[in-house]
Structure formats: structure tokens, C-alpha cells
Design a protein around this ligand. Structure first.
Ligand code: A3P
Length: 347
């Protein structure tokens, strides 16, 4: 009887012991992960370096995780809230100018993981749309999300990269603005562009040409440079227009293909370019096998993947057309590497 009681007691103690060790391990893991998101004071010590925009108060970081998120979503903070928290609507200090289907949304969302970055959720199309542009810079500023003065606002409108008037207009707003261009291997980007249009047509029950028919001129059997998806992929041609207004140092090229497979190093390069302290970590990015893409983790509770419209399945394209397009883009790519100083090893 005594032996039975002792065994029962030993078993109970074992269970309680395991529970205690388990809870302890959980707490250690949780504190470890929170530490990566909510910095421990003093902030200055962690960021190091001189006082700059890279430094911002602790409450700004904490605020971003909570209330500010709501403000950004609704864009309608009350006057009292704005006054209480010194919130402002700031013109962007950096713009993702393109390229369409390069991964512009993923880049914006991933940069928004940084506590010093506040994204404009919608594409504003201020500089490429004459009607919007005529409304003036105050209209544009009012479209920006609320932020702390120490934070930077970033917007993305991929049409900026290819629209004639945009470089001059952005220059007039801020000649020292930082410009981000995210590119993908040009043929893949063109097919992605086609896939998006195709999906739109299918939704409206409209028929559409095959990619091969659009990308190759049936009369000459050469690449059809009148086809917009092809023209957009001639990155160097567009960039040359921008260089009439901005020096190359004001641009940063993001490798959109690498952002898909290995986002962190690409984001770290952007942090450096924007003079931001490195705050985005592997913890913030996790691979979702169902989606086949990296998704975003803001904290232990809040994570999200991009919408289903990002990461479409491309139609199969005749390999000879792919080869022809790659050969066509090759010299333009070489020029692009030479101008930007970033070699991307495209075929
Ligand atoms: P595909 O749909 O061709 O795969 P944009 O936002 O400029 O329209 O770019 C869309 C592309 O972003 C997608 O093209 C997809 O490959 C890419 N992308 C990069 N990272 C992604 C991510 N984490 N989740 C979903 N799509 C991502």
C-alpha cells in the first residue's frame, strides 16, 4: 500500500516537474522573441552611431505595433489622438517607383516590418496621374498615413518607373528623395505582367491572345517592342530617363527574384540604403509552404501573407520564345548592371 502511494506521489511530482520546466522553457522562448520586436532601453545604445533619423523613442516603436496600425488602416485618427501622440502626415522620404510585377507589394510590406517605417497602404498614383497631380502636393500629403516625425513614410506606385513625367515631378517635390527599384529577370517579369492582364480578361469573360503572339511580331518573327510587357522589362531605358534628374546614388536596386527565395539579405541592404538601424530579422519572415512564399510575422500574435493575387501560376510559354526574349534583353541587362553597379546574373 505504502509502495503504491510512493509511486503515485513520484508520478505526480514528475508531471508537475515537467510542467514547470515546460513553462519555463516557453517563457524563455517568448521573452527571446519579444525582445527582437520590442527593444529594451536604452534604444540609443542598441542602434549606436550618431543621432539621426535612425534614432527614435521607445514609445514610437511600441506605438507602431498597436494603435498606429489601426490609424494606418483607417487613416482617420481623431484630432485628439493626433495631438496626444504628436502624429503627422509626412511626405515620403523614399518611394518604391517600380517595377510592376517586380515584387513591389512584398517589398513595401516587408519594409513596413521596420519600426521606423510607415507605409502608405494604397498606390497613390500622384505623380503619374495628371488629374491627381493637379490636386497639388497637400492633397498628396493628406493621403499619407499618420506617423511620428522620427519615422519615415514610404509609398509605392509601380507606374512611376515607366511614366515620362514622373522623374521631374518627384524631383520638384524632393530632389534628395531615395528611390527604390525592385526588378526581376525581365522575361519572367513580362510573363508575370501578362498573367495579371490575362486574369483580368478571364474574370470579365473576355478572350485574350497567347503570350507568344503578343511578345513576338508575327511579320518579322522578332521581339515585339510595341508590347508594353516587353517595353517595361527594358529597365535601362526607363532608368536613363530618371538619371536626367537624380544621381545614381539616390537609387537602390532590389533583386526581386532573391526577395522571393531569400528576403532577409535583400531587406538588410535596403535598411542600409535608407540609413535605418537593422531591425528586420529572420523572426519577422517565415516560409509558408502552402503559399509557397515568405509571409510576415509582426509579433507573436499578428502575422500575414500577401494576397492571393501575388504569386500567380504563370502559363506555360514556348521555350523558343523565352530564349528569344532572353537574348533580346541581354544587352539591356548588361547596361543596367553597368549603370547601377548591381549584377544580377540573369541569363
Ligand atoms: P507573380 O504573381 O508573377 O509570382 P508586384 O507586387 O510588384 O505586383 O509583384 C508581384 C510579385 O511579387 C509576384 O509575382 C510574386 O512572385 C512576388 N513576390 C515576392 N515576394 C512575395 C511574397 N512574399 N509573397 C507573394 N508574392 C511575392
Amino acid at each position: 500500500m505504502l509502495f503504491k502511494q510512493q509511486a503515485w506521489l513520484r508520478q505526480k511530482l514528475l508531471v508537475l516537474g515537467s510542467l514547470a520546466v515546460g513553462s519555463l522553457l516557453y517563457l524563455v522562448a517568448r521573452v527571446g522573441s519579444l525582445d527582437r520586436l520590442q527593444p529594451i532601453c536604452p534604444i540609443e545604445g542598441r542602434f549606436g552611431g550618431a543621432r539621426s533619423q535612425a534614432e527614435f523613442p521607445l514609445r514610437a516603436l511600441q506605438f507602431k505595433r498597436g494603435l498606429l496600425h489601426e490609424f494606418r488602416k483607417s487613416n482617420n485618427a481623431s484630432k485628439e489622438q493626433v495631438r496626444l501622440h504628436d502624429l503627422v502626415q509626412q511626405l515620403p522620404k523614399a518611394i518604391i517607383i517600380g517595377v510592376r510585377k517586380g515584387g513591389t507589394r512584398a517589398l513595401l510590406e516587408m519594409l513596413n516590418l521596420h519600426p521606423a517605417v510607415v507605409k502608405a497602404s494604397q498606390e497613390i498614383h500622384f505623380f503619374d496621374n495628371d488629374e491627381n497631380y493637379a490636386k497639388g502636393i497637400e492633397w498628396y500629403r493628406k493621403k499619407m498615413p499618420f506617423s511620428y516625425p522620427q519615422q519615415i513614410t514610404i509609398e509605392k506606385s509601380p507606374a512611376y518607373f515607366i511614366t515620362e513625367e514622373v522623374p521631374e515631378r518627384i524631383y520638384k517635390m524632393n530632389s534628395s528623395i531615395k528611390l527604390l527599384i525592385i526588378v526581376r529577370e525581365p522575361t519572367t517579369r513580362a510573363i508575370s505582367d501578362y498573367t495579371q492582364v490575362l486574369e483580368g480578361k478571364e474574370r470579365k469573360n473576355k478572350t485574350y491572345y497567347k503570350f507568344e503572339k503578343l511578345a513576338i511580331d508575327p511579320n518579322t518573327c522578332e521581339v515585339n517592342t510595341k508590347y508594353k510587357a516587353v517595353r517595361t522589362s527594358i529597365y535601362t531605358k526607363h532608368l536613363e530617363r530618371w538619371l536626367k534628374y537624380f544621381p545614381i546614388e539616390q537609387f537602390h536596386v532590389v533583386d526581386g527574384d532573391r526577395l522571393i527565395t531569400e528576403p532577409l539579405p535583400e531587406l538588410q541592404l535596403v535598411e542600409k540604403f535608407l540609413n535605418l538601424p537593422p531591425r528586420i530579422s529572420q523572426y519577422n519572415l517565415y516560409f509558408n509552404a502552402t503559399r509557397g512564399f515568405y509571409c510576415l510575422r509582426f509579433n507573436i500574435i499578428f502575422n500575414k501573407c500577401l494576397a492571393g493575387s501575388k504569386g500567380r501560376i504563370h502559363p506555360e510559354v514556348d521555350p523558343s520564345v523565352i530564349t528569344k526574349l532572353r537574348k533580346f534583353f541581354h544587352p539591356f541587362n548588361q547596361k543596367f548592371y553597368q549603370i547601377t553597379g548591381r549584377t544580377l546574373n540573369w541569363p
